[in-house]
Design a protein around this ligand. Structure first.
Ligand code: MN
Length: 150
């Protein structure tokens, strides 16, 4: 038997998420994780996405968001920038560094050009302004999902 042992080569990093979407049993609906600390916004995004036919998971802060990401392997992550615990940009950076990470969308009340550049640098595929216009929200979620995993 041949063992290919190459101690000099780093092994590929293990993915943070539990299972790739293909391994899921059941629905083919895209799964979206919402990380938002304001209950009313969380409910608004959840309702909009459910109405759009998505499976929705909600988290109320950065730590909960990271743990939900690891458990549910979402197809897209919507991250509020102002979050207690792990902030939105840091969460986006952590998730985006994961092999096969889904697109991460930031949502921010302060999404000026500098914020947007910072969030893209943190790995966000797009940055949505708050408050959201419903049609634009749906459009940009759809576009990010089409972009797919990296
Ligand atoms: Mn917030």
């Amino acid at each position: 038997m041949h063992y290919d042992v190459r101690p000099g080569l780093p092994s590929a990093p293990a993915p943070l998420h539990a299972a790739p979407p293909a391994a899921r049993a059941g629905s083919a609906r895209a799964r979206v994780l919402i990380v938002e600390d304001e209950a009313l916004n969380r409910k608004l995004f959840r309702d909009l996405l459910r109405a759009g036919g998505y499976d929705v998971i909600c988290a109320a802060d950065g730590f909960e968001g990271l743990s939900a990401y690891q458990r549910h392997a979402p197809d897209l992550v919507l991250v509020d920038v102002q979050l207690p615990g792990i902030g939105g940009a840091e969460l986006a950076r952590t998730i985006s560094a994961d092999p096969g990470a889904p697109p991460v969308l930031a949502i921010s009340a302060f999404a000026g050009p500098e914020d947007a550049a910072r969030l893209r640098e943190a790995g966000c595929a797009d940055c949505l302004p708050k408050p959201v216009a419903i049609a634009e929200f749906a459009q940009r979620i759809g576009r990010a999902l089409e972009g797919g995993r990296r």
